[in-house]
Ligand binder design. Structure first.
Ligand code: ADP
Ligand code: MG
Length: 621
């Protein structure tokens, strides 16, 4: 039988580190919170290899006095708590006194700190539980903490780290959360010497949210009632929705928290305003008396416990709901030009009286403040006055292939079998355009052919035709169409990281870009067929698509994915009415296509019913 032993402090710290330090992002969070607790105004974070090789945080805070340096890396040593009473009214971000000690046990820690009035920075180094003083260094006032080779001595944890890019993305997200909670503080993040983002110091909340979420998103955000001291922040108009819940940021007394009840409360506030299953964008700051909650329930302090969770829930839900109702009752804010009633499902009678059409509203619509992606706001889709060429009509989300395409149930699959061989493709090439065609359900083309009837999925077919055309252009190198006037696009930090990774693939796809200062990209040329379209939208769609690619996928595969996206974006959509010429064009394209029977993703693009089969089914033979 094994006897019981007291663990060594080093081992204790390693175990504790398991809770606090999970990956580079947790290190950055702890170090940056320390910097903020030290009153820093400018904080710089420099990473190498996603933070796995090195993480360095430089601040201009009040520093650590030389006598305390060794203590700073000791476990359960903190300057932020004195008594038990303090624990119940914590106002600093840190208080557990274990972050630096944990880091010292799972990496090589190097701290240089120079409080005001001191000639140089004093240094302390810690590794495997051993702490020693190092050579002083001339640094500006403040503290510089470096953690190298994270988990070099804990291979099991190291294996859980992902590639540089994935770790960088997490660090970037963690830093943005903190940046949102401290808009007055300046933040810079660099990776491998390249700036990922820089948020200026001295911003107000509105400016900071704009920096983090992007100007376009910010334009669609509305402010929660500023008179309400307990719940402040900005929430997105209902049209602005995301697929995942990462876009709901919640803060409690200035600390970013990930609390399911809070997120749920926000969602509940949107109930009836937003398509179910989507997530709103929201940045919400809750300010509660300290005795109303406990932050000491999670080592990384991401989770909290509320004393009266249902009261907090109603508070948040109520604030969101009130804000949405207020916005919905002022048509101006929603930019509606048709005087349509607010689109809340439980449209309350008090929201009566359609406001007169003002110039401002129509201007908002005209300048495309609410781009074509808003079926909820404009139930009748408009083609946006674009060219009549089929490929040029803008997409709506409900048309994304495979999701909301009209059900094929009406034509039972067992009655109509797909033609089996290429050579039984009906209809001669010469009269392909002449065979009768008609459109049904604004989604399918029905074509009469010499030996039967074919039903074609208009989107799938057009997508395939374009896909082949684009592949050909890709191979010939004729995909790119230079723009006379380059388009500048400002990117969010996430999009910027994606962009840095995929810039060359984008260029291969015809989207040639140039870096143009702070997270701004100049689009010099676009893929053929996209000359008249929104370059920013295309760039974002491509980045999202390329980003979803499995890691380590072959380059060619990435490019094919990109081409698929281009084809999909240009193709006519299900639900779109086509005139006779457009229908004929498609059928002609089909006759010339190499393999028109499947869409690029491999789904069938057409079904065939032979006259024979038809006769047989009617008992004519
Ligand atoms: P905690 O933040 O919970 O107190 P840490 O292990 O993160 O614990 O830090 C230990 C102590 O080191 C802090 O209480 C603080 O006094 C000091 N310290 C850490 N980082 C800094 C910094 N960047 N500037 C000034 N003091 C710091
Ligand atoms: Mg700390």
């Amino acid at each position: 039988m094994q006897r019981i032993q007291q663990l060594s402090p080093h081992l204790v710290n390693q175990i504790a580190a398991g809770e606090v330090i999970e990956r580079p992002a947790s290190v950055v969070k702890e170090l940056v919170e320390n910097a903020i607790d030290a009153g820093a105004v400018e904080i710089q974070v420099d990473l190498e290899e996603g933070g796995k090789r090195s993480i360095r945080v430089i601040d201009d805070g009040f520093g650590i006095v030389p006598d305390d340096l060794t203590l700073a890396v000791a476990s359960h040593a903190t300057s932020k708590l004195r008594t038990e009473e303090d624990l119940h009214k914590v106002h600093t971000l840190g208080f557990r006194g274990e972050a630096l000690a944990s880091m010292a046990s799972v990496g090589e820690l190097d701290i240089v700190s120079r409080p005001a009035g001191q000639a140089a920075g004093e240094r302390v180094m810690a590794r495997e539980g051993k702490v020693e003083r190092g050579a002083p260094e001339m640094i500006p006032n403040g503290t510089r903490v470096t953690l190298r080779n994270l988990f070099y001595n804990v291979p099991a944890r190291k294996r859980f780290l992902r590639n540089d890019r994935a770790e960088l993305t997490r660090v970037s997200a963690a830093l943005q959360h903190i940046a949102l909670s401290a808009p007055e503080v300046g933040f810079t993040l660099t990776h491998g010497g390249r700036t990922v983002f820089r948020f200026a110091k001295g911003q107000d909340l509105h400016e900071r949210i704009q920096e983090v979420l992007g100007e376009e998103t910010m334009q669609q955000m509305i402010e929660l009632d500023p008179q309400h001291p307990q719940v402040r922040g900005w929430i997105g108009r209902p049209d602005l929705s995301k697929r995942n819940a990462q876009s709901i940021y919640t803060f409690l007394n200035g600390r970013f928290v990930r609390d399911r009840a809070l997120v749920q409360a926000v969602r509940e506030g949107y109930r009836g305003f937003q398509i179910p299953g989507r997530n709103p964008v929201a940045v919400i700051f809750l300010q509660l008396p300290v005795e109303e909650f406990d932050v000491n329930v999670h080592p990384a302090k991401l989770e909290v416990r509320f004393r009266e969770s249902s009261a907090v829930f109603s508070l948040v839900r109520g604030a969101v709901l009130a804000c949405l109702e207020r916005a919905a009752s002022v048509p101006d804010l929603l930019g509606r030009s048709d005087g349509r009633a607010p689109r809340s499902l439980d449209d309350a009678p008090h929201r009566s009286g359609s406001a007169p059409s003002t110039g401002r509203r129509s201007e908002a619509t005209a300048r495309g403040g609410f781009p074509g992606e808003r079926p909820w706001a404009f139930p009748t889709p408009v083609a946006g006055g674009r060219v009549a060429e089929p490929g040029s009509v803008r997409s709506r989300p409900s048309d994304s292939p495979g999701t909301a395409a009209p059900s094929r149930g009406a034509l039972a699959a067992d009655r109509i079998s797909a033609p089996r061989r290429q050579d039984d493709l009906p209809g001669g090439q010469q009269d392909a355009g002449e065979s009768p065609v008609f459109q049904v359900r604004n989604a399918y083309l029905v074509v009469e052919e010499p030996n039967g009837l074919t039903v074609i999925d208009q989107h799938a077919l057009h997508e395939k035709i374009l896909f082949e055309e684009l592949c050909m252009a890709f191979e010939r190198g004729t995909l790119r169409q230079p723009l006379l006037i380059p388009e500048a696009v400002h990117l969010t930090p996430e999009a910027w990281i994606q962009f840095c990774e995929h810039q060359s693939v984008l260029a291969d796809l015809g989207l040639v870009t140039e870096e143009f200062g702070q997270r701004t990209v100049l689009i010099r040329s676009v893929p053929m067929g996209f000359e008249q379209r929104d370059g920013s939208e295309l760039l974002h769609d491509l980045l999202n698509r390329l980003d979803g690619a499995p890691q380590g996928g072959a380059e060619l595969d990435l490019r094919l994915r990109g081409i698929e996206t281009l084809a999909c974006k240009r193709a006519v959509k299900a639900g779109q009415r086509l005139d006779v010429d457009q229908q004929r064009d498609l059928i002609r394209g089909r006759a010339q296509a190499f393999q028109p029977r499947n869409c690029p993703h491999g789904r069938p693009a057409e079904l065939f019913l032979s006259w024979e089969e038809l006769d047989r089914r009617f008992d004519r033979r």
